[in-house]
Design a protein around this ligand. Structure first.
Ligand code: KPL
Length: 294
């Protein structure tokens, strides 16, 4: 495996989606628990499919000087995965964090010696078996540094991803965009995973008032945290996403069904912490946290 390679750490849905798209555009390898010769298969729900040969390696086989690392594990696995890889690669290697929520972005940005970019995406994808990914819905990705630094690098990554057919934009306000996604996820994911329903069912009783109560808490918290509301306001932002993803089985519901840990702490944790910091009472969010498996 040569230096200059783009490494994707975490062969879940997002990692496979990136690998399938970037293949042929940049030197690439996917790091997982086991090396494999098997190609990745990418398909769409309509039935189109393509096969991509991307080297699949273990951490031990990683080159010492990769061009960059895309960390695509779930939040709860991110620190351990990065620490393991850090023993192998140069400590100024650029990293792109693709995790939901706002739990690990700040600490990794502060402690890693090289540039750390954060990405937030609305691409929809899910895995099938150990080698396939279904690209369920086209979305858009934003990428940037928490303090607005390394814009050239963000531009380079965004251009490469866009050429590889994953529409991406560099931005100076990734912090705000991460909080926006976190807020929307907080209003949808814990409820649908608790009641095992599709996103669109939140529009019906008895769920609709539950979503509205969460939005009320989010409005107060976001204002206290200094996060600008979306142009269309919080309620419309949340309900628009529910409408647009009505037939989705949200990622947290997929985790619960598969018996995996959930992203509860990554999504609700920063909100509960902010509520404590600002001494704000958030009954709907607190109950949500207590009723969501970790
Ligand atoms: O991002 C999502 C997720 O499933 O994690 C939403 C927006 C809720 C779509 O399902």
């Amino acid at each position: 495996m040569s230096n200059g390679t783009w490494l994707i750490l975490g062969p879940g849905a997002l990692g496979r989606l990136l690998a399938a798209h970037l293949s042929g555009h940049v030197p690439l390898a996917v790091i997982g628990r086991q090396a494999s010769e098997q190609p990745f298969m990418q398909s769409t729900p309509e039935g189109g499919s393509r096969i991509r040969y991307v080297p699949r390696i273990t951490v031990e086989q990683a080159p010492e000087r990769p061009r960059m690392v895309h960390l695509t594990t779930k939040t709860y696995a991110a620190n351990e995965a990065l620490e393991h890889l850090a023993q192998r690669i140069a400590d100024d290697t650029p990293i792109v964090l693709w995790q939901n929520g706002f739990q690990i972005q700040e600490p990794i940005t502060r402690r890693w010696r090289g540039p750390v970019l954060c990405a937030t995406t609305s691409e929809g994808a899910y895995t099938v078996g150990s080698d396939s990914v279904v690209h369920a819905g086209h979305g858009h990705t934003y990428i940037g540094h928490l303090d607005g630094r390394y814009y050239d690098l963000a531009e380079h990554v965004a251009t490469t991803l866009t050429v590889a057919d994953l529409s991406t934009e560099p931005c100076h306000d990734i912090r705000r965009r991460l909080w926006h996604k976190l807020a929307v996820n907080a209003a949808i994911n814990p409820l649908v995973s608790r009641y095992r329903i599709l996103n669109g069912q939140l529009r019906d009783r008895p769920f609709r008032p539950m979503v509205d109560a969460i939005i009320d808490d989010l409005v107060t918290l976001m204002a206290a945290e200094g996060i600008d509301a979306p142009d269309i306001g919080w309620p419309r932002q949340v309900w628009n996403v529910i409408e647009a993803t009505a037939n989705n089985r949200a990622s947290m519901l997929q985790d619960v069904i598969a018996g995996r840990p959930t992203e509860r702490d990554a999504i609700l944790g920063p909100l509960i912490d902010a509520a404590k910091r600002h001494r704000i009472d958030t009954p709907a969010l607190t109950a949500l946290y207590q009723n969501t498996p970790g």
